[in-house]
Design a protein around this ligand. Structure first.
Ligand code: PEP
Ligand code: MG
Length: 294
């Protein structure tokens, strides 16, 4: 099991490594866009990705392409308001609408990946095989133009349809990374930001766990690995159940790294596999938590 960190800025890499992170499992690149009042240039982006890749040495860096929309609004982009922004032009869908944002980002990432083989790329909000192939084709075009080799490429599993077609996606990807925050909201039809629903919006719900289990099984059949970079990876119960389901990497916030490692220490894979199998048969998330806490 690898425990990695979710960080947004290169300046946070040293602290993550000191905390024991074995890499970066999720770099949320949209923060480069959210923290300023104009689009960061290709050169600015390249500088930030390069600094992060260099800080990590040969440890993996998974760069997630732009995930704007939904809860992440960028006022200066002047995007149309949507009644259902979480179900609208979000993540990779926005990138298809706005190649003027997506292509420069891909170019910045590819330039860095040419010099840093630890760079991985993944796409957010993939709902269909067509989404993935379209995004990959854009990346491939940039790679060809810049003469870059293959870059390990992943799909975020955060829409139930993606988990349900993991078998079709798996032969075409290098890895999956489960975004439990969104996967939970879309599976349970509960807004992840909703104050009254927050208690029930729990990734330990057996419906969510079953989708993660399907993803892992499909990945394993094709010799691929699965990580989790959503909030469930950083919670003690989540870390145990996800490991038992066969997840190979947990990417958590830096302050959670030590706690996750401590939670996993001394547990055997057989014990956790059995625990995860029993979790899948529970009626709800509260029962899964009670089972794991014993
Ligand atoms: C997720 O959805 O779990 C995830 C990691 O992405 P974000 O929280 O940035 O939507
Ligand atoms: Mg998400």
């Amino acid at each position: 099991m690898e425990v990695a960190a979710n960080i947004n800025r290169a300046s946070a890499a040293a602290e993550a490594l000191e905390a024991g992170a074995e890499g970066v499992g999720l770099m949320r690149t949209e923060f480069l866009f959210l923290e300023r009042d104009s689009v960061p240039s290709e050169a600015d982006q390249e500088q930030e990705y390069r600094a992060m890749a260099a800080a990590l040495g040969d440890r993996p860096l998974i760069i997630r392409t732009l995930d704007i929309g939904g809860d992440k609004e960028v006022p200066y982009l002047g995007l149309a308001r949507e009644d259902n922004s979480f179900l609208g032009i979000r993540g990779v869908r926005l990138c298809f609408e706005r190649p003027d944002l997506f292509v420069p980002q891909l170019r910045a990432i590819v330039r860095v990946a040419k010099d840093h083989p630890n760079v991985h790329v993944m796409f957010p909000m993939i709902a269909t095989l067509e989404d993935f192939r379209r995004a990959r084709a854009m990346l491939d075009e940039v790679r060809t133009e810049l003469g870059a080799p293959h870059i390990p490429l992943g799909v975020m599993i955060e829409v139930p349809s993606a988990a349900l077609i993991a078998e079709q996606l798996a032969p075409e990807v290098d890895f999956f990374s489960v975004g439990t925050n969104d996967l939970t909201q879309y599976t349970l039809a509960m807004d992840r930001m909703h104050p009254q629903l927050a208690r029930q919006t729990d990734a330990m719900h057996p419906a969510v766990l079953r989708l993660i289990g399907l993803t892992v099984d499909a990945a394993q059949r094709h010799g691929k690995w699965v990580g989790v970079c959503g909030g469930a990876a950083g919670d003690d119960v989540g870390a145990l159940v996800l490991t038992g389901l066969g997840v190979k990497e947990l990417s958590v916030s830096t302050p959670q790294v030590a706690g996750v490692k401590a939670a996993l220490r001394g547990r055997s894979s057989a014990e956790l596999r059995d625990l995860a199998a029993r979790a899948l048969t529970q009626p709800d998330a509260a029962a899964v938590r009670a089972l794991v806490r014993g």
